[in-house]
Design a protein around this ligand. Structure first.
Ligand code: IPM
Ligand code: MG
Length: 385
């Protein structure tokens, strides 16, 4: 607990921090052009719990799809150890310095889930490694597709990934008289870049409907700014229909069978994006079936959207962990670095294995197949396509 004076000092520092973040955003160059690189380095970061098992499987499938490029030295896989909760606690850092240095030598990263400590856990309450990585590598767009063809669902979420309630999530404080405060941040620069990415994606992929989701009627300064800047970008794309929704009614409309088929692309602040993408993934079969791309101008990271499932490891079931989410993330990775043909193959194989043929099922225990069996099934399916 701190007094008002100290709170004011801290607040001033937080504004300064955000100001330098804005300067850094302005100073950034353009997106990496992967086609101009001699070699693309893919960092593979296992993470905690079942992370190493599922990540290893995804790497096997990726190596299978990119075997020619790996042999020709155009792609290199680089294993990065040390992003474990034990190591992070030993260094008392969300990302240990040596791990961060290794991550920064890669172009893209495939990451398994990492344990996020919270008060009351056996771990000290350090910042989430996910959130830290998104901030450190400035991965400002969290892109999460959800598709259920039989229900007419074809959604792509553009969740702002470095601002909102997350950017200062570990910097809140309690002042005297039992008053706790957290902060949410929206910057002009940060909003324009996510809005542009969402609209460019919609435009290039002939998806003619973008929905902006906020709570601008209540959270007036930050959500109000997010909404008006997105609308400003929308005006540059007259062929795309734009509508805006409040997060509460949008959450309801996703379960409205008559309306939800109309939605295509969503752009929304960090916390709303976090919540609604779990809801959306549930229609597709749960968070275990959805992948997530974290995109910035220099770096990109691809991850499963579920947690590290430490109980599965404790109960000796880690080798039955479902790799589908990280495999979906691998589709996004392939497409991002310009290997669209391989991305399409992996996506088609996953659709077949997960929804159509279903010759093997993965249940998370020995009632289903192992992670490795499922990886083999996916690779066999790719070969048979
Ligand atoms: C996600 C997760 C993360 C988040 C956690 C693990 C920090 O829920 O990627 O959606 O809150 O963003
Ligand atoms: Mg989430």
């Amino acid at each position: 607990m701190i007094n008002t004076n100290e709170a004011l000092q801290r607040f001033e520092k937080l504004i300064e921090l955000q100001r330098s973040r804005v300067q850094a955003m302005k100073a950034q160059g353009d997106f990496v052009d992967y086609s101009s690189l001699d070699k693309i380095i893919i960092g593979v970061c296992g993470g905690d719990g079942i992370g190493p098992v599922i990540t290893h499987e995804a790497e096997r499938v990726l190596r299978f799809l990119l075997s020619e490029q790996v042999a020709a030295g155009k792609i290199e896989f680089r294993r990065i150890d040390g992003l474990t909760i034990e190591n992070r606690v030993a260094c008392m850092k969300a990302i240990p310095d040596d791990v961060l240095a290794q991550l920064k030598e890669c172009h893209v990263i495939l990451k398994g889930p990492t344990t996020t400590p919270r008060a009351g856990d056996p771990w000290p309450n350090i910042e989430s490694a996910n959130v830290a990585m998104r901030k450190e590598l400035d991965l400002f767009a969290n892109v999460r597709p959800v598709k259920v063809p039989s229900l007419g669902i074809d959604w792509t979420f553009f969740r702002e990934n470095t601002e909102g309630a997350y950017t200062l999530g570990s910097f809140g404080f309690e002042v005297e008289d039992g008053i706790s405060l957290d902060f949410t941040v929206t910057t002009t620069e940060g909003t324009l870049r996510i809005a542009r990415m969402a609209y460019e994606y919609a435009h290039k992929n002939h998806k003619n409907h973008v929905s902006i989701v906020t709570k601008a009627n209540i959270v007036k300064a930050t959500d109000g700014k997010f909404l008006s800047l997105c609308q400003q970008v929308a005006a540059e794309y007259p062929e795309i229909t734009t509508d805006d929704w409040y997060i509460d009614i949008m959450t309801a409309k996703l379960v409205d069978e008559k309306r939800r088929r109309d939605f295509r692309v969503f752009v929304l602040p960090n916390l709303y994006g976090d919540i609604i993408t779990d809801e959306a993934a549930e229609f597709q079969g749960g968070v275990g079936t959805a992948g997530s791309a974290n995109l910035g101008k220099r770096y990109a990271m691809f991850e499963a959207i579920h947690g590290s499932a430490p109980r599965m490891v404790e109960e000796g079931r880690a080798n039955y962990a479902d790799p589908c989410s990280i495999l979906r993330a691998s589709v996004l990775l392939l497409s991002h670095i310009g290997y669209q043909e391989q991305a399409d193959k992996l996506e088609a194989a996953l659709d077949k294995c997960m929804f159509e043929e279903k010759a093997m099922t993965i249940t998370g225990r020995n009632t289903g197949c192992t992670t490795e069996d499922f990886g083999n099934y996916v690779m066999q399916t790719i070969e048979s396509l």
